[in-house]
Design a protein around this ligand. Structure first.
Ligand code: SF4
Length: 123
């Protein structure tokens, strides 16, 4: 069970098995990745950072985000989400944004939204 004293909920990771990847699938959005995280991810994928950037990232302002793939009319998945296994395909090198879910600043004021999205949220 993961807790963060600044949030009014806990995260029970054992419930991730009951979900089909709601935190990696949904409306289109940004999956921010830092330079250090790019190095780790490129190493996991056994490709260069340049190749990672060209194939899997896009630039938004001065930052980089992981690309998405469209899976239905209004639904997108992170390009690294394994749609068959319903899990992250680069779990050990996933960026901090993914590691810190569901303790995102945004959810502090949108608790019902995270509860609806994630079956692992517990009071
Ligand atoms: S990197 Fe992994 S955990 Fe992060 S959004 Fe993509 S599939 Fe999900």
């Amino acid at each position: 069970m993961l807790e963060n004293k600044n949030y009014p909920y806990k995260f029970d990771e054992t419930k991730c098995d009951t979900c089909e990847g709601n935190c990696c699938i949904g409306e289109s959005g940004y999956i921010w990745i830092t330079k250090e995280e790019c190095i780790k991810l490129a190493s996991l994928l056994k490709i260069s950072v340049d190749e990672l950037g060209t194939k899997y990232l896009f630039k938004a302002g001065y930052k980089f985000s992981i690309r998405e793939k469209q899976i239905s009319q209004n639904s997108y998945a992170c390009v690294f989400f394994d749609l068959e296994k319903k899990q992250c395909g680069v779990y050990d090198a996933r960026p901090s944004q993914c590691r810190t879910f569901p303790f995102w600043e945004y959810f502090k004021n949108n608790i019902e939204e995270v509860k609806e999205e994630c079956p692992a949220i517990v009071d």
